[in-house]
Design a protein around this ligand. Structure first.
Ligand SMILES: N[C@@H](CCC(=O)N[C@@H](CS)C(=O)NCC(=O)O)C(=O)O
Length: 391
């Protein structure tokens, strides 16, 4: 879903560049006139110039690449902690979610896009546990609301801690940190976050990036919850990772499968993301119309990249059935048993992000996910997880 936001930024950038277009065309025309009147250079001379430029550019590129590779290799394995802010950035929350029964003592602000699957995961986690939070809706084009952060994605949670505000980044890390805290009231966010440093490493394709490598782990520190065995914890981790690495990737090609579906999806994003409030009319219409078309094109590439079936719906049904089979092997209502666990919450959050799209309606018609989904909705809407918060 993050591509939506890239597309909109691309559109806005182009818009401001348009101002220069006439001037550029004028200069180009002048240049064309000048070269038209000059004597044409010989073919040999032009080839020599071309070859020299090629050699210089090639050498520059290789030099840069070697330097970058050298730097990357030298940095591999280095860790950075996420620093605490002295004060909260001066940004007014878009709204407040208040649960009267919340005695967690946590003061959290969630910076988000309403329809981002990763943000939905975090909201579902907080709602289930009945933890109050402020929401700052981030403008996906300008992202001014997260200017204070070097991490440029959402969700970000800012948690009030002694002496400042602790940024938590990445949906999975946010949930693991808060999950650790809910297990033990004596643990402090600013201490726990130190166990989740960003590490400079290579991904499966060998590309260097910063990643919180242990983000699927809760810091139980030899104090495993009585109701969970080690095998159970490993399984739960596996499903959480599957949700991020597999399930999320079947969404876009399904949501933007046809131009009509893409437009419908964008209209729904506009409604639930309150784009009317945040964007001028022309920009909203541009995002819906051009964005939908661009996403329709991009989703074809994503389909290939993630090796989805020609009928992308089938890939969506297959993955959701894979999840439902996992539950039926256990013979319980949820993956977590009679109550949802971290993996149920993650899968529910991700699917909830496409709830208003045709793909989701088809999913309800072609799989049995509705029973689990509705049961999850009930648990979350009643803040059922509140009872497990150890405060
Ligand atoms: N692994 C991250 C992924 C977060 C992510 O990719 N968020 C998207 C929004 S759906 C984003 O902010 N993309 C950056 C952008 O808008 O350029 C997480 O789980 O939080």
């Amino acid at each position: 879903m993050s591509v939506i936001y890239k597309v909109s930024r691309f559109l806005l950038r182009n818009q401001s560049q348009n101002k220069n277009v006439h001037y550029k065309m004028y200069v180009t025309r002048l240049f064309q006139t000048a070269t038209h009147q000059a004597k044409p250079p010989s073919v040999v001379k032009m080839s020599l110039i071309g070859a020299s430029v090629g050699v210089v550019l090639g050498a520059g590129y290789s030099f840069n690449k070697i330097n970058k590779d050298r730097k990357n290799i030298a940095n591999e394995g280095t860790q950075t902690e996420i620093e605490t802010l002295k004060s909260i950035p001066d940004i007014k929350p878009s709204r407040k979610v208040i649960y009267p029964g919340d005695n967690s003592g946590l003061k959290l602000t969630l910076f988000q896009y309403q329809t981002c699957p990763f943000c939905c995961k975090v909201r579902v986690f907080l709602d289930y546990h009945g933890i109050s939070y402020d929401v700052v809706e981030v403008d996906p084009v300008l992202r001014n609301e997260i200017k204070w952060s070097t991490y440029r994605k959402v969700p970000i949670v800012l948690a009030k801690v002694d002496g400042g505000y602790q940024p938590l980044i990445d949906s999975t890390m946010i949930i693991s940190v808060l999950g650790t805290i809910l297990e033990d009231k004596y643990k402090k966010i600013e201490d726990i976050v130190k166990y989740y440093p960003k590490m400079f490493c290579r991904d499966a394709k060998g590309t260097f990036k910063e990643e919180i490598v242990n983000k699927y782990f809760l810091m139980y520190q030899n104090n495993l919850p009585k109701e969970k065995s080690m095998n159970y914890i490993v399984e739960e981790r596996k499903w959480r990772k599957w949700a991020d690495d597999v399930l999320v990737h079947v969404l876009s090609p399904n949501v933007y499968r046809t131009t009509t579906e893409a437009r419908q999806a964008f209209n729904w994003f506009s409604d639930v993301g309150r784009w009317e409030e945040y964007f001028p009319m022309w920009e909203r219409l541009l995002m819906i119309n051009v964005g939908a078309y661009a996403m329709w094109l991009i989703s074809k590439r994503l389909k290939k990249r993630h090796s989805l079936k020609d009928d992308v719906r089938q890939s969506l049904y297959d993955e959701v059935n894979h999840w439902l089979n996992g539950i039926s092997v256990k013979g319980t209502q949820f993956m977590g048993g009679s109550d949802p666990d971290f993996s149920d919450l993650a899968v529910y959050g991700i699917l909830k992000s496409i709830e208003g799209c045709e793909a989701f309606r088809d999913l309800l018609d072609h799989t049995k996910v509705g029973v689990w989904f509705n049961a999850m909705r009930e648990k979350i809407d009643s803040n059922h997880g509140r009872q497990y918060v150890k405060y």
